[in-house]
Ligand binder design. Sequence first.
Ligand code: HEM
Length: 559
Amino acid sequence: MRPLLTHRPLRRLLLVVATGLTVLSGVLALGTGVASAHAGLVATSPADGTSVTPSPDAVSATFSERVSIGVGGLTVRNTRGLRVDTGSSTLDPAGTTVRVALQPALPDGTYVATYRVLSADGHPVSASFLFGVGSGPIDQTAVTSGAANRVWEIAGAVARFLMYVSALLAAGIAFFVAFLHDQDEDRWRLIGWARIATITAVFGAAGIILVQAALLSGRGVASVTDGSVLADVLDSRLGWSLAVLVMGLIAVHLSTDVRNLTASQALALYGGLATAGSFAIWGHSTELTPIWLSTVADVVHATAAAVWFGGIIGLVVVLRRPTDQPVASTARIVQRFSGAAAITVAFLAAAGLVLSWNATGGSVDSLISTTYGRLLLVKVLITGAILAVAGYNRSRLVPALVDDDDPPEAGWRRLRRSVSIEAIALVLVLALTSVLVNVTPARTAVATRDRVVNQTQSVPTGTVNLVVVPARVGPNTLHIQYADAAGRPIDVANTLTIEFSLASADLAAISRQTSKAGPGHFIYTGPELSIAGTWTVTLVARTSDFSEQRSTFAVPIRN
Ligand code: HEM
């Protein structure tokens, strides 16, 4: 029996993965916040970096989209690291504000509030903010979880990259062996690659679980041994996605074991589909409408990526065949792959464009003005360059080799070099993709920027700021903050009433009392903004027994 893998392919695999990891780290290091996730923090109570007197009853954080809490939520600690909240966090009816009650009468000092929530698309969102109790300065050196989160976010992108490269390689090479190869002896070298890739893909998947547990619990990777944390991580779309991935990888692995070609082809085909299709179960496609279109496009895109990427690596291996293999047979494999790749790339590009359209809303502004859009543009540019090289191979190098009964060694060498460049560039594309899937999709980023109402007006005491989240029909949270001319929170009133009215619907004003959250800071959550249109929201601050301060805002509410 032949050895499954010589050391040279293993070295090459490591080289290819190392190249991708280097690019990945570079992209992550260049773009600060690139690995940020998808529901953005809009407001906190107390506001970040402000001091309040007396000690507040609760702390809350409001996000741009609905979130879930799971094992996460809000925790509040003093500068000695001791918890000062009462334990369990709650989510408001809109699903956008997380709140935790505090122990009564906290002593003066600095406090660190840390939130850990899960975005609707499965990405954990976590960070910390500082607030003070009393009139003393805030200790800016108090430890927050920012740096630790960033490390985990980068680790998550690296695990995703390892999973993408390995899973696509395993599925693609198995397909190449089953459908495009001549079943000659050197298939064992390819099979060695496919088998190792199935194993590294499982490591990548395990890495994703560990990172997700660390980000959600804030207790490091060891938290995965806690049943409730593991259940929270796996009892989600991520759990289903990884289950389908592992089943696909098992089928792919089996396809390299069975002797019967038809059985091997069936296992490679369906195993590959499950492996690549598993990506669509977790991530942006599950949230970008129309969801059915995103999901179908994602499955087609990832499957085509597997056939192309795995095929290219397969071709590199075949082009380095031992010299005793018949040249005509190698030429036939090259020709078969060239034909299959042309169709595959057409599907990959078409599905990629559909995904891009859904993720950007087809707007040039979102392509240019968001991190997601710019990363996508770079991805398309690199893919374009790869396609130019592939087109040259297909139109010039391959016909010259196939049509010649005894092609010169220089021709094979040129093709080998050219295909190796394609392989390395595809690894770069996958490294970029691992970052892309961790960044807020352009459409969501622009919509959040445009959608969350955030207006400030001058008042006799300074300014008043109104934030309405999510500014859509249904339950909304309103944050109101009064500040002096220098921007410091100012206690203008103990009670604040909000009047909601919508002239176009002929609605009488609805009056609601807010809760005081800190000096000059009031919060209200309720279902009043129930019709699309421009609402008039009037804030009535009772500044004394005999006077009030009224501020009127025009608040657009969308469906
Ligand atoms: C025309 C060029 C391409 C375009 C426009 C494109 C576009 C996209 C878009 C918009 C996504 C969705 C990212 C998200 O979840 O937000 C995506 C995902 C992906 N792309 Fe591409 N792509 C292109 C080329 C490639 C190539 C050449 C490969 C690799 C061979 C590739 C592999 C992937 C993979 C593996 C995913 C992740 C699927 C998932 O996790 O759901 N793409 N692509």
